[in-house]
Design a protein around this ligand. Structure first.
Ligand code: RIB
Length: 303
């Protein structure tokens, strides 16, 4: 089982020609309401990649809750431990420009009430995975990691949006996953000073004895495990919307680790899922099904 502990949002998405600069107003034609939130996106991605998934999170008692949960429900994610908060459902304002790049502004809302105690009614075993991000209260996330590690389970943590991770928590994480920017921010907060994301994850992996992975957009992904470097490549695609691509990577990677695949295969499976997610508009709407990921991998000959 994969337990995803994290945020649930409703994304308000506007397509624009170019992203606005500070102080600038940009006109788009219309907007879409799409289920989002890094936690929920990753839960959906795990389920579509074939995993058995439980989501720990919170929504408000408002009209945004229903559409925010719709894709999770349709993807057979177990929502029995969700909490209903008095705050409003989390919301993200997203602008997507023609190149596929985005700008995201978050309103935390109910995500701020997600609590590690929600994990306590779940039977957690050694083969289970806790999948976390940094969009809910970080202290609750650290407690959740400590709790599942005390049960012998596996921790996969995505430091997004990036913020300092306490050293005692970092040592307990089995797989730390960051993008290029996040790699530098996480390393810098731990006095590892470098502007090179690959150097940052190499040093983090060595110093804390953990597997550290950097996703590199169109350049694929790199992992460092036991001082060994493992690489994977992205698919050649034309990006439509990069929103949720990192979450698609995370879910597909976690699903493969949960199946007992090698890190090399899980990394490549994650890269393929992330690439495919860039070809469709929206976050949860773009997360690929297992069969689609497998078919895309058949076109990569070196595996
Ligand atoms: O990673 C993409 C997600 O970030 C969006 O769905 C948005 O809700 C924000 O949480």
């Amino acid at each position: 089982m994969i337990i995803t502990f994290g945020s649930i949002n409703l994304d308000v998405v506007v397509r624009v020609e170019t992203l606005p600069r500070p102080g600038e107003t940009i006109k788009g034609q219309s907007y879409d309401l799409i289920a989002g939130g890094k936690g929920a996106n990753q839960a959906v991605a795990c389920a579509r990649a074939g995993a058995n998934v439980k989501m720990i999170g919170a929504t408000g008692d408002d009209t945004f809750a229903l559409p925010a949960l719709e894709v999770l429900k349709n993807s057979a994610v177990d929502l029995s431990e969700l909490m209903q908060s008095k705050k409003s459902t989390g919301m993200a304002m997203i602008a997507v420009e023609a190149s596929g790049e985005n700008h995201i502004v978050l309103a935390e809302g109910a995500n701020g009430d997600v609590n590690f105690e929600q994990l306590k009614t779940i039977e957690i075993n050694q083969n289970d995975i806790l999948l976390t991000q940094q969009e809910v209260d970080n202290n609750e996330t650290w407690k959740a990691i400590e709790y599942v590690k005390s049960k012998g389970a596996i921790s996969i943590h995505n430091a997004a949006p990036a913020k300092e991770i306490p050293e005692n928590i970092l040592k307990q994480i089995d797989y730390l996953i960051v993008n290029e920017t996040e790699a530098i921010i996480v390393a810098d907060a731990l006095s590892i000073s470098t502007t090179d994301p690959i150097k940052a994850i190499t040093k983090l992996s060595k110093k804390y004895n953990i597997t550290c992975i950097a996703t590199l957009g169109g350049e694929g992904a790199v992992a460092f495990q036991n001082e060994k470097k493992i690489t994977a490549q992205s698919l050649q695609i034309k990006p439509v919307d990069t929103t949720g691509a990192g979450d698609a990577f995370m879910g597909a990677f976690a699903a493969e680790i949960s199946r007992g695949s090698s890190i090399k295969y899980a990394l490549q499976f994650g890269c393929a899922a992330g690439s495919l997610a860039c070809t469709i508009f929206g976050a949860q709407t773009s997360s690929p099904q297992r069969k689609t990921i497998e078919e895309s991998l058949e076109r990569i000959t070196y595996l």
